[in-house]
Every structure is written in C-alpha cells, then in structure tokens.
Write a protein that binds this ligand. Sequence first.
Ligand code: NAD
Length: 360
Amino acid sequence: MATFKISVINGDGIGPEVVAEGRKALVAIGERCGHSFSFAEYLAGGCAIDATGVPLPDATIKGVKDSHALLFGAIGGPKWENVAHHLKPEAGLLKLRKELDAWANLRPAVVYDELCDASTIKPEVLKGTDIMVLRELTGGIYFGQPRGIEGSGPTRKGFNTEVYSEFEVERIVKMAFEIARGRRKKVCSVDKANVLESSQLWREVAIRIGKQFPDVALSHMYVDNAAMQLIRDPKQFDVIVTGNIFGDILSDEASQLTGSIGMLASASVGGPVGFFEPIHGSAPDIAGQKKANPLATIGTVALLLRYGLKLEAEAALVERAIKAVLKSGLRTGDIKQPGTTIVDTVAMGEAVAKQIRTIA
Ligand code: NAD
C-alpha cells in the first residue's frame, strides 16, 4: 500500500471549510484504491499572523517541503488588510509559491453539461467548453523589481515591473505544448506584444518553442481580445498559456463560464512539491455559514492526484464522482438552478465522498 504525506494549509475564511471536504475525498480514494494518506496541518495567511506574527512561518515551509503534495484552502480577509505589505497574508502566499518553485499554474475550466444553465452566459455558447489555462506563476509583474511607492505630493508614484526572462517563458510554453498533445492539440499564447517589450520576448520564444511541436497548432492573441473571445466563443480554446497577471485575470473570467468561482481548481507545479488550491479566495462574506462550494477544492484534489502523485485513474474517479453528484441534482447556493436541491458545504462534500466509494 502506497503512503503519501499530504501537507495541509487550511488558511482563513472558508479555507478550513472547503479543505475539510477535500480531505474527505482523499480519504475515500484511499479506502477505495488502497492508498494511505497522512495529513499534517500548517499555518499560513491571516491565522498565521495572529498565531506567530508572520504570514508564512518557517515551520510551514519546512513541513510542506517534506511532503508529497500541498493541499491549500485560501488566505486573507479584511482583518489583515491594513498590516504592512510584507506581512500581508498574500505576501506569505507569494513567498510560498517562490519557495516551492511552483512556476506553472494549471487552471482547468470545464463546463459540466449539468451546469450549462448556471452561468450568466447562454448554454449553447458554453456547452462542451474545456479549457486549460496555464499561467506562469513565479515571474512577471507580481515579482519584478523595482517596485514600490516613492515621493510625496502630486508626483508621489507607485510602480511595478513586468519582466520575463527567456528561460521562464521557454519552460511554461513547453509545458503548454506537452499538455496540448494530450488534449485537442491547440495552444493559444496570450500577450500584449503590441505594447509591452516583455510580451514581444514572450511571443518570440513561443514561436521558437512551437517549432519543436509541429503537431500542435500555435496561435497568438492580445490579452484584451482574449478576454473578449473567452466570453464570445469559449469553445475555440484548448490550452491558453500566458504570464502571471494576464493568467490571474483570464482564469477568473474563465471561472464564470463554469457557473461559479466555487467550481475552479488549480495546480501549481514545477518544483519538487506541487501546490494544489482552489482559485477562489477566503470569501469572508460567506465564511462560517456552510455556504461555500467545496467542489473547487475537491476538483483540486483530483489535480493533486493527477499532477502531484501521478495517480491518473484516481484523479478521474474524483472527477466522475463530482459529475455524478451534479447529475443527481445537488447544488450549493452559488450554482443553484431551478429544480435542484440546495445543500450546504458538508453535505456536498459527503455526497462526493460517497460517490467516490461507490461509483462504477
Ligand atoms: P473571493 O474569491 O474570496 O470571493 C469572491 C466572491 O466569490 C465572493 O462573493 C465569495 O462569496 C464568492 N466565492 C468564493 N469562493 C466561493 C465558494 N467556494 N463557494 C461559493 N462562493 C464563493 O475573492 P475576494 O472577495 O476578492 O477576496 C477575499 C479575500 O481572499 C481577500 O483577502 C483576498 O486577498 C483573498 N484571496 C485569497 C486567494 C488565495 O488564497 N489564493 C485568492 C484570491 C483572493
């Protein structure tokens, strides 16, 4: 029997609620498929600031690095908005991504047939949408130097730097082509090469790497057009590869195709330990009310199994279980539709775990 050490960061707001349901899915997979998962919890985010004074304690970094994969909830909230920039919960998250060298963020946006009506977009536009957004995660404007706020009076300025090196673009674009080979063999590289030099370099590298993958079609799109095309005709996309900030925004937009941000999972890989988290934040507006949709986190567990532990059959089983639960008509409030049954976070999580144990 294989034993896997899973590090767990619940975080703030709805983080602990959704992670609890993700863990139930892993336990069910363990029972059904003969794996054993051990869980070790670590602090990060606002709760870490409260307990230790910093958003990412050293013990967390050490513990996570010593595990096979990290299951992460969400961090942040109004309570910690006014702390110094380097002590903000988000600073801890960015540091953790850097520490784990998690340079590639995979964000699948799959529209389940059962949820076609849950989106604000017409079902006929959405049906069949299956996009993999691949976002560069440890470079670009979120990390570039110089950055800061300087001066005083009317000329006081805030500034950040968008910067990409060849090797950073090369490795993420290469991963996009490799993923596309297992899908519909289309890569759309999104940039702003008409305005930004960093994007010009990005595009040049994408074209060069594309020559190594003649079986995959490469197209380019400016980010403003991509934002529009995602809503107009999402089915035209297979794999989208883009930089950190564009990927952040486009993947949130893509979440609306799927019906709710509570449906979208993500995997951050590249380093020795993968970092798996739902794309949503800590949702302070619904925290503690059992209203959070745990399916993004349970979908994240599927990605943890697929990309973190290389257990493809187990990952597919979790995805089939999610689909079966949606088909049975259970919904959390964020994806409610006429004729469906509204359940809370726990009931949704337990319904998926039950399917994992029993589905054919
Ligand atoms: P958010 O994703 O937390 O919430 C946006 C909206 O979506 C809210 O109305 C919320 O109720 C809803 N929502 C989010 N997840 C849901 C779920 N699983 N089920 C049902 N509804 C859900 O974004 P925000 O409000 O901009 O940010 C709140 C806090 O989270 C901030 O402190 C922000 O910095 C932080 N944040 C953290 C992460 C992370 O941990 N990776 C990501 C984004 C935002």
